[in-house]
Ligand binder design. Structure first.
Ligand SMILES: [Zn+2]
Length: 307
């Protein structure tokens, strides 16, 4: 083979590689927007990401729609929170999809909460305590230090099921970890005034964020997890919130703002809507914007008199 024909052959082989289905992107089914964003960070052009839910939806309560089933049927990997956050809908989707690749226990099924140590693991389970998460609090995305650990595990998993692009996953994982590590330093400095602040929350969504920033949870607007507040309970809260020296009322983009606004109005403590995930606010366009905006909003809530 001459050099010329050799080069022509290489060019042809490269063109065929682009056209061949073997180089097609990995189909990722992300249960929540934060895992879609993370998959995009780690997968780049090697993945095709479908996100099953939006920041405006309560991830505890999703309908197992046929459109989701067909998406899961074609997925190479499902990336979810786990710890039973999706217990009301993922088992149905998994069953109906009949996709062996993404069933629990296979490499194509990834749970973020399996990669970290969960907080608030109940010592006993009692349905009278409301809709408690039996394996511990699943809302881990709110602490970027957890996100870092989960990212490393997910990058490994992507490389495992798509070895042809292993180098790309490793490279992007390193870049993401470096950038996130630096951002965490920045966020921690900016968030210093939040340390020791008492906050009222809606649902027990914020344990990881509060543990990271040193914010104290002093009351919940839900009397029990998953149970909306009634009038008598709200009246009792109005009485107790000032006594507990709360400085903020925190709720998620997907939660009803009426009860937080009502308490804010009566107690002159500012209610702060936090994105909770990517897409929960205009600024939360990706994971960096999500953490950035979360801290900005908390600080803004502290600064105002709310009245
Ligand atoms: Zn929850």
């Amino acid at each position: 083979m001459t050099l010329r024909t050799g080069l022509a052959f290489l060019a042809l082989a490269a063109a065929m590689a682009i056209a061949s289905p073997a180089s097609a992107a990995l189909n990722v089914f992300a249960c929540e927007p934060e895992w879609g964003a993370l998959s995009t960070e780690l997968g780049g052009g090697d993945v095709d990401v479908f996100v099953a839910t939006t920041a405006r939806q309560d991830p505890h309560q999703i309908q197992a729609r046929p459109a989701l089933i067909s998406r899961l049927r074609n997925a190479d990997i499902a990336v979810c929170t786990g710890a039973e956050l999706e217990i009301g809908w993922m088992p149905v989707l998994l069953r109906q999809s009949s996709n062996g690749k993404v069933q629990p226990g296979s490499p194509g099924y990834f749970e973020a909460t399996q990669q970290v140590r969960l907080l608030e693991v109940p010592t006993r389970l009692d349905r009278a305590e409301g809709d408690v998460h039996p394996q511990g609090n699943p809302h881990v995305q709110n602490d970027p230090r957890y996100m870092r650990v989960i990212a490393a595990a997910l990058a490994k998993r992507l490389a495992e099921i798509d070895p042809a692009h292993a180098a790309g996953y490793a490279q992007r994982a390193k870049a993401f970890d470096d950038e996130l590590g630096q951002a965490i330093q920045r966020w921690q400095m900016a968030a210093a005034p939040l340390k020791g602040v008492n906050a009222v929350i809606y649902h027990k969504d914020w344990v990881y964020l509060f543990a990271w920033l040193g914010i104290n949870e002093v009351a919940t607007i839900e009397p029990k997890p998953g149970v909306p507040p009634g009038g008598a309970y709200l009246a009792q809260l109005l009485d107790e919130v000032p006594k507990r020296q709360a400085k903020l009322i925190v709720y998620a983009a997907y939660q009803d703002s009426r009860a937080p606004d009502f308490i804010a109005d009566k107690t002159h403590i500012r209610a702060v809507m936090l994105p909770f995930t990517v897409g929960g606010s205009d600024a939360a366009k990706d994971l960096f914007g999500f953490y950035d905006d979360t801290i900005k909003r908390l600080l803004a809530g502290l600064g105002g008199n709310g009245g």
